[in-house]
Write a protein that binds this ligand. Structure first.
Ligand code: NDP
Ligand code: PMR
Length: 395
């Protein structure tokens, strides 16, 4: 109902396209009928050459090895040391804007965890980030080996790990056939959820070891995974079902490539992966917050309609989506504004509550938002955790 109402004011030319059976020709991609390292760390005084082709670390930073958390200024005032935040997918969009916002404060050193070193390097330069404020470390979330290697490489940097932001994502709404990660998982869930799940599980030890006063693990969620919203009711809707496809390995051989066991749908796979992100954050909170004091959080930063997330969508979608979000849903935010929001979740002293899914109102004030029934299902979160552990190689 609500969806029909919201779509009825679309121009007729566009609604005509909506009726097209072919997914690619539908406005905003919706079928309404659906119902639905070379290690070069000069600052650390080390210069090691690896033969591995996939690993590239370059530390531009004057990072301090295991610094103490405060230092005294000549006036005797204690100053907090720089925090170190790892951000996955910091080569564009939200990740880059957040890296920039944090770096600009002078209080953060950002480890940009990216699959394309050159792109990340150019992006940081183009964003005007100070050379000493970031380190790029190679991470391809579509490979569990790469995730493990990334963790090793970060440890070699001997920088503290104070905040981890799981931000990277792929969205494949027009894919007709599934694609797979190096480990044979359907790509969207493989990258957005399983790669991050392993990363977060591994880096938990590093977060525990940090002496920073407010340690945080943030997993970026989204409104489109929450079926208690209008946006979350745009078909195809997120639904993990009983997780039978995931339990079967999500590989399309012995099991379905979709978590719920259904037919491949790239848009649904993305939304399902966002549900996994939000469930994982809460399960981390339940398992580790009390023991470690780490803040676990998720967020919906607003609709950043101009990012690379929509690169695989049809040109018509990419043309119309930003004005649609700006003038019709009014859910649009710029990359800069969204970056500031995520930077708040990283560092704002008032956002230390754990287990929260943050959103922002029209005045750009943060508030604790309600997750959908599925995205807050405790039993599902536990089941997801157990299956995900097996898939990424925990005994
Ligand atoms: P972008 O496409 O701009 O950024 C995604 C980033 O993820 C890129 O840096 C990309 O790297 C990286 N990435 C993709 N695949 C991998 C991989 N295999 N290994 C490592 N990095 C990878 O999209 P956004 O900035 O919009 O998305 C960022 C986050 O925000 C996502 O979690 C998304 O779900 C979330 N979000 C976005 C919204 C929006 O409206 N845009 C709304 C709500 C949530 P590369 O540059 O090399 O391609
Ligand atoms: Mg949505 C208040 C309404 C609202 C908001 C905030 C979003 C956000 N969207 C809203 C409404 C609608 N969208 C309506 C009424 C429609 C039908 C015309 C619609 C369609 C739509 C499409 C086809 N919207 C989309 C798509 C995408 O391909 C995007 C997506 O689902 O990516 C997974 C998307 C989004 N809408 C949003 C946001 C934030 C997205 C982007 C992605 C994300 O969750 O990361």
């Amino acid at each position: 109902m609500a969806l029909q109402a919201a779509t009825s004011f679309l121009p007729s030319a566009l609604s005509a396209r909506k009726e097209g059976a072919v997914k690619e020709s539908a406005f905003l991609g919706v079928r309404l009928a659906d119902g639905g390292v070379k290690l070069e760390t000069s600052s650390l005084g080390m210069r090691t050459k690896r033969t591995s082709t996939s690993v590239a670390i370059r530390a531009q930073a004057a990072a301090v090895s295991s610094p103490s958390v405060t230092s005294s200024s000549p006036s005797g005032k204690k100053t907090l040391r720089k925090g170190t935040a790892i951000i996955t997918g910091a080569s564009s969009g939200l990740g880059l804007a957040t890296a920039k916002a944090l770096a600009e404060t002078g209080k953060w050193h950002v480890i940009m965890a990216c699959r394309d070193f050159l792109k990340a390097s150019r992006a940081a330069k183009a964003a005007g980030m100070d050379k000493g404020s970031y380190t790029i470390v190679h991470l391809d979330l579509a490979s569990l080996d790469s995730v493990r290697q990334f963790v090793k490489n970060v440890r070699q940097l001997e920088m503290p790990v104070d905040v981890v932001v799981c931000n990277a994502a792929v969205y494949q709404p027009t894919a007709k056939e599934p694609s797979y990660t190096a480990d044979g998982f359907e790509m969207s869930v493989g990258v957005n959820h399983l790669g991050h799940f392993l990363l977060a599980r591994e880096l938990l030890e590093d977060l525990k070891a940090s002496d920073y006063p407010s340690k945080r693990l943030i997993i970026v969620g989204s409104i489109t995974g929450n079926t208690n919203t209008l946006a979350g009711n745009v078909p195809p809707k997120a639904n993990l079902g009983d997780l039978r496809g995931l339990a079967g390995g999500l590989n399309g051989v012995g099991s379905s490539v979709m978590i719920d066991g259904g037919e491949f749908d790239g848009a649904k796979a993305y939304k399902d992966s966002k549900v996994c992100n939000m469930l994982t954050m809460q399960e981390f909170h339940r398992r580790f917050h009390e023991e470690t004091g780490i803040t676990f959080a998720s967020l919906y930063p607003g609709c950043i309609a101009t990012t690379g997330l929509f690169r695989e969508h049809i040109p018509l979608f990419r043309l119309l989506f930003p004005p649609f979000q700006k003038y019709i849903t009014k859910g649009y935010v710029s990359e800069d504004e969204a970056g500031k929001r995520l930077a708040q979740v990283v560092s704002d002293p008032s956002l230390t509550k754990s287990g929260v899914y943050w959103s922002w109102n029209k005045n750009s004030a943060s508030f604790e938002n309600q997750l959908s029934e599925e995205a807050s299902d405790v039993e599902k979160a536990k089941k997801l955790w157990d299956i995900s552990e097996k898939l990424v190689g925990f005994p």
